[in-house]
Design a protein around this ligand. Structure first.
Ligand code: HGY
Ligand code: MN
Ligand code: MN
Length: 412
């Protein structure tokens, strides 16, 4: 099997084609969940799934499934592949799309080779993996895995004040199937690493054995607007300065930790946001991550302690809203071993690794044995238009997925 290959022209061509969908007036790639641009990307995927002769199913949270079942295997639990099509703001073209398109490509390659799997093979595109417009991230797969009620998810209000359920209906992807309608036999997600490890070590493939914990919070600091010129420092209730102390505190702690702990303040808004007015309010997000649950809890506690001290020292009022909280996840040893075996069979160097990014696989792991395959990211860059992976690495990763899928669906 290890000499069989996916159709690299088709796969790389579709990646480029999908990457051209959802460009804004400045040419930036922005396909936020349930947006018009997201619909265009979804429609293109559905056209490819239909052309491949698969059944298309959409569930109530808008997850899209391409189902390849035969008369002989339709009753068996399916092997599920997939990832997501939605992107961050000013994104690269590989994050998520590579996993969905490779899943479809593997199915088409196996169909064209006359392979008859022992069970259905399904490719999934999960809704709102990025969580940029609607929190939490990995929402569609979280709902699918039963970790969030679908009606609660549909009622989520986005950063633009929109309601997810309304937006899914507007783009024609408010499906009727109940999320979780297919319980996978196993789930495998092929994804770009989005980090520097594989490239730095010159290794073309990652067998991902675990994924770090994620904590998302929104912090609001209320102070007093006042004149920038006349208000003595000692009399200020400066929400902007208090926010700045949070950012520097989080960076200093993560840097000093000598552990994989990371902390990011990605969004921030000042009010009234005027050059000569002391900010009366700041609203910002805090993204904390760590592969170790106890350490992640310590980081959250340290932040809570700082916010308490800040409100006393700076005379401000601070409130915190939890946006997402996912514990670290360990993937299925049997599937990770199958990924390693497939790499060995192709004499492809590989290494076991932890995922720093969140992925749909961490949610589907709640209902089925799951694992991930990584390919190198140039410069470790992602969530950035400079995101890039070479055609060779992409195809090598897709061929490992092909081999593992075949191994897991050969007549048992
Ligand atoms: O946040 C993440 O790690 C993923 O990109 N949603
Ligand atoms: Mn992703
Ligand atoms: Mn992402």
């Amino acid at each position: 099997m290890s000499n069989h290959s996916v159709n690299s022209v088709r796969l790389l061509g579709r990646l480029a084609e999908l990457g051209a969908i959802g460009r804004d007036e400045d040419g930036k790639l922005v396909r936020l969940a349930a947006s018009r641009a997201d619909r265009e990307g979804r429609d293109r995927l559905v056209s490819w799934i239909k052309a491949a002769g698969l059944d298309v199913v959409v569930d109530r949270i808008g997850n899209i499934f391409g189902v390849w079942a035969t008369d002989g295997n339709a009753d068996a639990a399916p092997l599920m592949l997939g990832s997501h099509l939605d992107t961050v703001i000013n994104a690269g073209i590989y994050d998520g799309c590579f996993g969905v398109l490779s899943g479809l490509e593997v199915i088409e390659t196996l169909k064209e080779a006359g392979f008859v799997p022992s069970r259905p093979i399904v490719v999934a595109a999960f809704t709102n993996e990025e969580g940029v417009r609607y929190a939490p991230d990995m929402m569609g797969s979280l709902v699918y895995a039963g970790g969030l009620d679908v009606n609660v998810a549909l009622a989520t209000i986005g950063t633009d004040g929109s309601r997810l359920g309304d937006e899914l209906r507007k783009i024609g992807y408010a499906g009727d199937r109940e999320p979780g309608f297919l319980k996978p036999h196993a789930y495998i997600e092929l994804h770009i690493e989005q980090g520097p490890v594989l490239e730095k070590e010159g290794i073309p493939l990652g067998a991902v054995e675990n994924l770090q914990g994620i904590s998302w919070q929104r912090v609001t600091i209320e102070g007093d607007a006042n004149h920038a010129g006349t208000t003595p420092i000692s009399m200020r209730r400066d929400a902007g300065h208090a926010a700045a102390r949070v950012i520097t505190f989080l960076r200093a702690r993560a840097k000093a930790s000598n552990t994989p702990t990371v902390a990011t303040v990605g969004c921030m808004a000042f009010e009234p946001n005027a050059i000569n007015v002391i900010p009366s309010r700041t609203t910002f997000t805090v993204d904390l991550r760590d592969p170790d649950e106890e350490r992640l809890k310590q980081e959250e506690a340290a932040l809570a302690d700082l916010l308490e001290a800040l409100s006393a020292e700076e005379g401000v009022t601070i409130s915190v809203e939890r946006l997402a909280r996912f514990e670290p996840v360990k993937f299925d040893e049997r599937i990770v071993a199958a990924i390693e075996a497939a790499a060995k069979a192709r004499a492809l160097p590989f290494k076991r690794m932890t995922s720093g990014a969140g992925h749909d696989a961490q949610m589907i792991a709640r209902i089925a044995p799951s694992a991930m395959i990584f390919v190198p990211s140039k410069g470790g860059i992602s969530h950035n238009p400079k995101e890039f992976s070479t055609g060779n690495d992409l195809i090598a990763g897709a061929n490992i997925l092909l081999d593992v899928v075949r191994t897991l669906t050969e007549e048992e």
